[in-house]
Design a protein around this ligand. Sequence first.
Ligand code: 4AD
Length: 477
Amino acid sequence: MKSTSVLQLLKGEQITQTVTIKGWVRTFRAKRFIALNDGSTINNIQCVVDFENTDENTLKRITTGAAVSITGTLEKSEGKGQNIEIKVTTIEILGDSDPETYPIQPKKHSFEFLRENAHLRTRTNTFSAVMRLRSALSFAVHKYFNENGFYYMHTPIITGSDAEGAGEMFQVTGLDLNNLPKNEAEKVDYTKDFFGKETNLTVSGQLEAETFAMSLGKVYTFGPTFRAENSNTSRHLAEFWMIEPEVAFMDLAGNMDLAEDFLKSVISYILEHNKEDLAFLEQRLIQEDKSKPQKDRAEMSLTDKLKFVADNNFKRVSYTEAIDILRNCKPNKKKKFKYIINEWGADLQSEHERFLVEKHFKCPVILFDYPANIKAFYMRLNEDGKTVRAMDILFPGIGEMVGGAQREERLDVLLEKMKALNIDEEELWWYNDLRKYGTAVHSGFGLGFERLVMFATGMTNIRDVIPFPRTPQNAAF
Ligand code: 4AD
């Protein structure tokens, strides 16, 4: 018999039908009640075993974590907590689970412990809910762009350029590290390497995406991105997924409109389609908050917070205005910030970003027109000669969610900037060609997908929203 999913069963409620269901035992109570979960939904289905007519050996093998196939009839449940249940006619143990050693016991586990068991943590309610939401958000990303006339482009993972100019890259080489070929200057001879040049894992698909924007008009990338920055924080990964739209004939104002509309759209999508997982995570946060002092408790529930973002305009503030606010704010004056803001030009740290969104504006904030010298080479220089058309979107509890800009479309200005920053013009000849042949105003942004998943799920450590996190000193699984 074809098996069905718990999700389908709970949706359909086709009472008295004979069904087959396969999943993993969450708990087995009183030799009678199996809570079965197959990952299709946060909900378990209760399967009632006729223990008198089931052999002792089978009963013993129904342990937490075991994979089973159950056939039975769907009945209205008399018990609390569920409307329907399966009255088991046959049960087959597909895969045993040793109750003594199975790490995911039916009790509360710390996230640290579950990170060490990341291969099994999606068998818990919290992590299965997070991963289903991650999947729904990915779908919502593609849906949004598809419905808005964007084409999905795959930009290379292995590149020869450092898009951000920050030099935080993982090198890709086929050379034998124990026997490196050297050139006359006693430096590694990359002409002997696989690609005949130095290559690395991409830090952003933007530069390549620009080539497609300047031909197909509206494009986006959504793929893995790598940064070798040694930031062991709850918001940084060495491998993360980035969404990068890029649009021809769009200026910075259009870029802000796009980013805001996009974020509201994907958040609205999960509010509509993932109610049960969100409700579960919301309850988790409410419980967690109970152990915190009043001042550290969330002001809004998870769904209220998501609704707030979906329904309200983001605040748009220039860097210059933000610096004025920060310079005059209490924590700055009382030297509570680690990095005191004294003058225009300072790079904003996460403590400043969080003050702006969490304490001052209390809503997502788009900061724009940053000083040129703290931003990447490709950003459009403003007429004042000192700021660039950059934008960062800051979210409460997260900090920077989006980084983007209108791109410098003037070849002479771009070349001057590259020269000043020692960026090899020859290496980026193709990028500069876009400014030689049919150049036009164009813009785009990058959104760190895991930061979006953090916001959407209320998880506070980025390691808990990606299946297998890669961070300094850690590439397990
Ligand atoms: O601000 P970033 O560095 O911008 C770029 O890479 C641009 N080329 C994007 C573009 O304009 N197409 O990174 C963009 C976003 C950040 O706002 C943040 O959300 C995320 O990527 N991000 C990270 N997420 C997790 N771990 C890291 N180490 C991240 N670094 C950046």
